[in-house]
Design a protein around this ligand. Structure first.
Ligand code: KIV
Length: 283
């Protein structure tokens, strides 16, 4: 299972803690890779909408989709804390529906849930925590608010907005969140938020002063190459390597070089001879 929510909650870099490593993953092979690489947390993010399911934003994924992917990650039994992302409209309608959706993600194998938004989400966050489900907050650039933000834009660039982000982080901590994702905010704002709260901040596009970092699986491995945001560092070019590998397969099929003798199944010589005999006696 990896780290528990309470042990994550006390991992602050300012107290000498090692920065937390979180990656997204959406299926069993991805979870095994994250686990073998020593990631502390796997986020089964609603980014699955864009990097796996081909949608243009994250608003299209449903609780059903998230359950499907969370269960696939959990079946791999990674040595990581699994965070299930609550999709848009799964925590907006009523506290009952919110708690039920969070519980479904837990039953699918998550160890905690994440949801986007600051103060206006507090009543729902409190209800989920009341049901003994740990909650990770997410503020700054919150992709589920793409239409109200007017696009994927860096947040907190104005002093008053930055002050509100610090307040939002404090209120998430006060409500009982065990950590907060800070997405798409200036370095100094992320630093101020990180200093203002005692639970860890996990940054994405938030600079180097947070208590951990998260990247999307397909971005860090170079599987998604259509758009690479400024904050992404690509540690591999799996898209390029995969295309080259498949071209080599296609060439081998077309030239007859695949499969060869060793890659094929064979009968024992005596059985092959008997078979030949059957055909020749019929013929
Ligand atoms: O869904 C996701 O991948 C996320 C991360 C970007 C934090 O929410």
């Amino acid at each position: 299972m990896g780290l528990s929510a309470p042990s994550i909650a006390s991992r602050k870099v300012c107290d000498g803690g090692e920065p937390l490593v979180m990656v997204t993953a959406y299926d069993a092979p991805g979870a095994r890779i994250a686990s073998d690489a020593g990631a502390d947390l796997i986020l089964v993010g609603d980014s699955v909408a864009m990097v796996v399911l081909g949608y243009d934003d994250t608003l299209q994924v449903t609780v059903g989709d998230m359950l499907h992917h969370t269960a696939a990650v959990a079946r791999a039994k990674p040595d990581c804390h699994i965070v299930g992302d609550l999709p848009w409209m799964s925590y907006h309608v009523s506290p009952e529906e919110t708690v039920r959706n969070a519980a479904r993600l837990m039953r699918a194998g998550a160890h905690s849930v994440k949801l986007e938004g600051g103060r206006k989400r507090l009543p729902m966050i409190e209800k989920i925590i009341d049901a003994e489900i740990p909650v990770m907050g997410h503020i700054g650039l919150t992709p589920q608010s793409i239409h109200t933000m007017g696009g994927f834009r860096v947040q907190g660039t104005q002093p008053e907005h930055a002050r509100k982000l610090v307040q939002a982080a404090k209120s998430l901590e006060h409500a009982g969140c065990f950590s907060v994702v800070l997405e798409g905010v200036p370095v100094r704002v992320a630093e101020m938020v990180t200093e203002a709260i005692t639970i860890p901040t996990i940054g994405i596009g938030a600079g180097m002063h947070t208590d951990g970092q998260v990247l999307v699986y397909h971005d860090l491995l170079g599987i998604e190459d259509r758009f690479v945001p400024k904050f992404v560092r690509r540690y591999a070019d799996l898209k390029g390597q995969s295309v080259e590998a498949m071209k080599a397969f296609a060439d081998d099929v077309r030239s007859g070089a695949f499969p060869n003798h060793e890659e094929s199944y064979h009968m024992a010589t005596s059985d092959a001879e008997e078979l030949e005999g059957l055909y020749s006696s019929q013929g």
